[in-house]
Ligand binder design. Sequence first.
Ligand SMILES: NC(=O)c1ccc[n+]([C@@H]2O[C@H](COP(=O)([O-])OP(=O)(O)OC[C@H]3O[C@@H](n4cnc5c(N)ncnc54)[C@H](O)[C@@H]3O)[C@@H](O)[C@H]2O)c1
Length: 482
Amino acid sequence: MHVTQLVPFHLGPPLPAYGPPTVLPPQILRGLLRGLPETIYEADGCLLQPLTFSSPSPTYRQAMADLKKLNVLMCGTGEYTTGWTGSGASTSDKKIGVVALTLFDLRRRDKVNHLGMVGVNGKKFPAIRQHLEKNIAGAYKDMDVSFEEFPKDNLVDADAYKTAIDKMSPGEAVIIFTPDTTHFPIAIYAIERGLHVLVTKPATKLLAHHNELIAAAQKHNVVCFVEHHKRFDPVYSDARARAATLGEFNFFNAWMSQPKSQLETFRAWAGKDSDISYYLSSHHIDICCWILQDIAVPTRVVASAATGIATSAPYNCVPETEDTITLLVDWQSLKSPTHKGTAVYTASWTAPLKSGVHSAQHWYYMGEKGDINVDQAHRGYDVTVDETGKSWVNPFYMKYSPSESGHFDGQRGYGYISIEKFVDAVREVNTGLTQPSDYDKHGLPTIRNTVLTTAILNAGRISLDEKRPVGIKKDGEQWILE
Ligand SMILES: NC(=O)c1ccc[n+]([C@@H]2O[C@H](COP(=O)([O-])OP(=O)(O)OC[C@H]3O[C@@H](n4cnc5c(N)ncnc54)[C@H](O)[C@@H]3O)[C@@H](O)[C@H]2O)c1
């Protein structure tokens, strides 16, 4: 391959020692790229990703040593963090979780240092540690799975996150994967103490809380991202770039569902603390808002819900629990007063069992000059096993099979990248290379760039509760509902 042009996309000033020459033979190019895994280079129109993480080169070690390692507190000890649920190891597609595994690997790669984990019930930690020892330390080479736990001494304490955060120093980071109603109080507590925050979706249930987080992050000059990992799915990010060439927006339709058995898993909060729209539609609402950033804005939301399955035997969820929620959203073009678009976002947790996928997910986008169809549940890769039948699997999200050297090998998965981007941003800010506001300009899921996702979800919930359309509009610098 003859490389004619090499363009670094790196937030902040380029690292001087690695200034790219214009023509490079592939073997030298590979050596350089191995040194800078958080940088994506474009050469001859190809995206070149870093090649290996198993045996970092001396240049890699030096570059990383220049940025201080980050101490991180994980809030939540559940399925997404550890793969451990109240009733044992998860049976979903996240058997060993995402957050802790990624952070253990980032520690192996010298990006993070001390790790803490806070839940509510300290009695769970022996089982969690055993699970991580067996399935992570026992499965991959060089994995240190140690962490400091909160609450300590087998105590049960819903405010243990305050104790854990109070022990931290400004500039350190908190990653929040707890029930939806707790995202806001934990995030604001951390931000007000000068800590950087990565919060899972939905960032907050209320638009007013989302606005408060934007203001607090700005005031305390910290990084605050929402963990919308689908933005790092190569198909979604490619589709966004193509949608940008299709002119005015016309129509978007998204479907996302999980099998009815999830109602057992979610029994503690389903219909009480949150709904299926917040839980699943948050993903594709965010993708749609991301695609339409600078193209159109949402103006009105009407919601409709199907009911009756979740509240019946054998699930017997609380009477308020909806099965399937659809949000119908009007969008107004920013450039053309005559161009208006419609989006339909549907999510369900009463989909059939044994469909071969944990999450069904597909969407359709139509613009003025063309359309895009995405089916992310079926990626042309299926596995059939005698006992369990056929399943469509997705290693592009989390790849759990080890590398040829026996190390964890999922660094290119978008579940991993999403967390690594946050860690990189925080380290760059802490070193003075960038400002937190720089990340708003790069299409990343910062708290400011995700406000319309929360506006639509919150409007949808009000529409269901009050049986009326809900308007979305800008009041000065702030988005509000009416
Ligand atoms: N599981 C997934 O696939 C997935 C994917 C993306 C995002 N999420 C989001 O992550 C969040 C948690 O999901 P999960 O599946 O890991 O849930 P889970 O029920 O398995 O775990 C929730 C954890 O939060 C902890 N928690 C509750 N209140 C707390 C508090 N006050 N302080 C500290 N910890 C507290 C609980 O102890 C538990 O460990 C939800 O907002 C969900 O939408 C989950």
